[in-house]
Design a protein around this ligand. Structure first.
Ligand SMILES: *Cc1c(COP(=O)(O)O)cnc(C)c1O
Length: 395
């Protein structure tokens, strides 16, 4: 199957865990793989390639412009830095030290999450509003957000999550825009449904970040940020390579600037032409996909897995129904006082067997394994169900 993994003495695994970085993100389709291989052959000015990416991303999202970087986390970092620097060359050179730079990012406390580090790594500091859980039954008030915004504010972060008690994005954008502040939305995990490609821009976010290596089916080390053209230009400026001479510099994304920056903190997040091309082609494929057929395939897979485990002693098997047009999953809970331990040892046994199987561990604290059908090929479903039932239904 994969001669290169054979040569390296590695055996590919069955990925029943979804789009996870630790297994390589997503499975690249043949058109994406072919495009990346072809891109690797020849040289091309990356800025011109990013202009093509920008057009493709704008068409897909309804945003003014877009930019490809090495993942959604990289894009969050660039978006936050763009919000802080806004074209100030000296500020770009100073980050992550923020002396004299408005460095506060306002965020609902209920929106804090483990990807925040991508924003904090720029030198930005979070200023939180609201509570964890609805305050006095009404959630966050607009005045709480207003009060958190000062001359030290660089941007507002509004991740696309199902947090409760937060102000709606449209309201947050209205308040932020009255003060000239951009709203940054992390939508890395918001696909499917495909309608979410346009939703957050439509609701007023100024920069929205997506993962290339999740549902879109692009390279694992790709993601894009889309939004206001002036902010996307700032993102691009933060990624210049070092040897730009003022005498010959032509600006970024087809836009001239009086003077080039030094390489900014974005330089560490370099993305190759293979990834940019892979992302452009994957995005085109994602838009053209038969999303109903995906739904039907996922449904067949979860039904088959659930049926194979039904009636297993000590197991509670259920299908986790997603919000509209997202991915259904199978949740297998192990009964008993030692359920968590047994679930953890089942995860380890599945990883070691033949074929090796990786399942979702996000519900391990509830003594449950999760089977995500997103990246399973039809011919993997039988062997997967067999391994699951031999590990989970033994004795
Ligand atoms: C996966 C994810 C990211 C990071 O995406 P990468 O493309 O892997 O960098 C950021 N935020 C959220 C909410 C995610 O789920």
């Amino acid at each position: 199957m994969s001669p290169v993994y054979d040569d390296l003495g590695l055996t590919p695994v069955i990925n029943a865990a979804g789009s996870v970085s630790r297994l390589g993100g997503t499975r690249l389709s043949e058109p994406v793989r072919a495009a990346m291989a072809a891109a690797a052959r020849d040289f091309v000015p990356l800025d011109e390639l990013q202009q093509r990416a920008s057009q493709a991303i704008a068409a897909a999202t309804g945003a003014e412009a877009g930019y490809v970087a090495g993942g959604a986390a990289a894009c969050l970092y660039l978006a936050a830095a763009a919000g802080m620097t806004r074209g100030d060359l000296a500020a770009m050179a100073r980050l992550p030290h923020t002396t004299g730079i408005a460095d506060e990012i306002v965020v609902h406390r209920a929106h804090r999450n483990a990807y925040d580090v991508a924003i904090r790594a720029t030198g930005a500091r979070f200023v939180e509003v609201g509570y964890l859980g609805p305050a006095s039954g009404v959630g966050t008030h607009a005045w709480e957000l207003e009060a958190a915004m000062t001359e030290r504010t660089a941007a507002v972060a509004y991740p696309a999550s199902n947090a409760t008690g937060v102000l709606p994005l449209t309201a947050v954008a209205g308040i932020a825009h009255r003060r000239g502040l951009p709203v940054i939305t992390d939508a890395a995990e918001s696909l499917p449904p495909p309608g979410n490609l346009r939703r957050f821009i439509h609701e007023g976010a100024d920069l929205v970040v997506y993962s290339g290596g999740k549902a879109i089916g692009g390279p694992a080390a790709s993601g894009f940020v889309c939004g206001r053209r002036d902010l996307i230009l700032q993102v691009a400026l933060l990624q210049q390579d070092m040897y730009v001479r003022p005498e010959t510099w032509e600006g970024v994304l087809g836009t001239a600037f009086p003077e080039p920056p030094h390489q900014g903190i974005g330089r560490m997040l370099k993305v190759g032409r293979e990834e940019i091309v892979g992302l452009i082609v994957a995005l085109g494929c994602y838009l053209a996909r038969d999303h109903d057929a995906d739904q039907a395939r996922w449904r067949r897979t979860v039904d088959a897995v659930a049926a194979a485990l039904a009636g297993g002693a000590g197991l509670a098997v259920r299908i986790l129904e997603p919000p509209a047009r997202s991915v259904p999953q199978v949740v297998v809970r192990l009964d008993g006082a030692d359920g968590i331990e047994r679930a953890a040892s089942a995860v380890r046994a599945l990883r070691r067997g033949d074929p090796r199987v990786f399942v979702g561990e996000e519900l391990l604290g509830d003594a449950a394994l999760v089977v995500n059908p997103m990246h399973l090929e039809d011919e993997e479903v039988g062997p997967l169900a067999q391994r699951l039932s031999s590990v989970l239904c033994a004795r």
